[in-house]
Design a protein around this ligand. Structure first.
Ligand code: AMP
Length: 399
């Protein structure tokens, strides 16, 4: 049997920082409106503890980030200048914003930067070598610093030059945000307080089956909702009407249910539903029991399921939630996600929410302050639940 991957990484305390040029991979990939103004600066705020700590330890932070998908070309609308300006406002100290991330002008600007300033390099994805994990590009970046800090949890599932490549060259550590994320998922995946309950939802079962498989080795119960639940119900021979079912996944779902049985992990599936005749925001919501009649599709879990799921969540000592229970964007099909969100928030145990849509639901319901950890990385948190590690974590663990 192979042992589970370790989630122990070196942190900022392991690096000598005073007087050092510290390359910091951050995730400043903030949503922007049509006029390029930042509409949500959470990701910049999340990087502040690391940046402030480096400044307080007399280090020179040199930040690298991606923004959008410029595909290896300079795209004016994807420059990092707005993020640099916002960072300067939040820090209250100077940020030197560069228009390139490599080359002699960058070397000169770093040498000339005033003491106590932060340097922000240009969008790393203007180089196509970043996404390709090009070692020569990583070496060019590594030459700009003495040590490397990865604080970009949201990009840690990418084996890119600016995420993993530099870590393979320089002495490296996790920044405070990265450390917080890894610690939170470690509390779920390694020696959790039990019972450990995972809640999985979202549209497609194919996107989540590997997560299901990995979590079945860890959890006491798995609560399934959202579109993915209907493939499970169809695999059990239930009537699902015209709900979202991925027929090509039926065998894989049956294999997962068999594994759950062998491991004595309970998989809870919805026992009633909120349905509609069409996939339409204004469709009439129709509550049905366990069997969904022909002509209807399940768009949310029903009241009995909400109650049962909430009870399980409230009595858990560790909870991890990824994916909505229904089409929560539409008010008529939101009650399931809302009930689960409120139960997670009320659970006295350790609670972690990951994944873009469940985080959006938590924010919409203003439940954030009652949840112990809300992940800043949608794709990264899902992949961490799927494999137990991430390329960005492994790169920090090299000897
Ligand atoms: P994912 O990106 O896989 O986590 O899926 C999130 C999306 O799944 C959200 O936009 C939901 O509206 C959608 N979703 C949740 N439940 C259902 C359902 N029963 N049928 C169709 N889509 C759903």
């Amino acid at each position: 049997m192979t042992s589970a991957p370790s989630l122990v990484v070196p942190n900022l305390d392991s690096l000598a920082l005073a007087g050092k040029r510290v390359l910091v991979r951050v995730d400043f990939n903030c949503p922007q409106d049509e006029s390029a103004a930042i509409s949500d600066d959470t990701r910049i705020r999340a990087a502040l503890p690391t940046i402030r700590e480096l400044l307080s330890k007399s280090a020179q932070p040199i930040l690298l980030s991606h923004l959008g998908r410029p595909k290896g070309k300079v795209v004016e609308s994807m420059r990092l200048a707005p993020m640099g300006a916002r960072l300067q406002e939040l820090l209250g100290s100077p940020v030197v914003i560069l228009k390139e991330s490599t080359g002699p002008a960058v070397v000169a600007a770093i040498a000339a930067a005033p003491k106590g300033s932060v340097i922000l390099l240009e969008n790393v994805r203007f180089h196509d070598g970043d996404e390709k994990g090009d070692a020569a590009l990583a070496a060019q970046w590594a030459a700009l610093g003495d040590v490397f800090v990865n604080d970009a949890f949201g990009a840690a599932h990418r084996d890119h030059a600016s995420v993993c490549g530099i870590a393979r060259i320089l002495p490296s550590a996790a920044g405070r945000l990265m450390e917080k994320e890894i610690t939170a998922f470690g509390r779920v995946l390694e020696k959790p307080d039990r019972p450990l309950v995972a809640i999985l939802g979202g549209a497609k079962v194919s996107d989540k089956l590997q997560v299901v498989d990995h979590l079945l080795d860890k959890v006491d119960a798995l609560l399934v909702g959202g579109g993915m639940a209907y493939t499970f119900l169809a695999a059990q021979g239930r009537a699902v009407g015209k709900s979202l079912v991925q027929k090509d996944q039926l065998d894989a779902v049956r294999a997962a249910m068999k594994k759950a049985e062998a491991r004595k992990v309970e998989i809870l599936l919805p026992e009633d539903h909120v349905c509609a005749e069409a996939f339409d925001e204004n469709a009439k919501a129709i509550e049905v029991g366990a069997e969904i009649p022909d002509g209807l599709m399940g768009l949310d879990i029903g009241p009995k399921s909400r109650e049962r799921y909430s009870g399980r969540i409230l009595s858990a000592l560790t909870v991890v939630w990824n994916g909505p229970m229904g089409v929560f964007e539409w008010p008529a099909f939101r009650a399931g996600t809302e009930a689960v969100g409120r139960a997670v928030a009320a659970c006295p145990g350790y609670t972690v929410v990951g994944g873009g849509d469940s985080v959006a639901a938590v924010e919409m319901l203003k439940l954030g302050p009652s949840i112990r950890h809300i992940s800043t990385g949608g794709g990264a948190s899902l992949e961490l639940l799927e494999t137990g590690t991430l390329p960005g974590i492994q790169a920090l663990q090299r000897a």
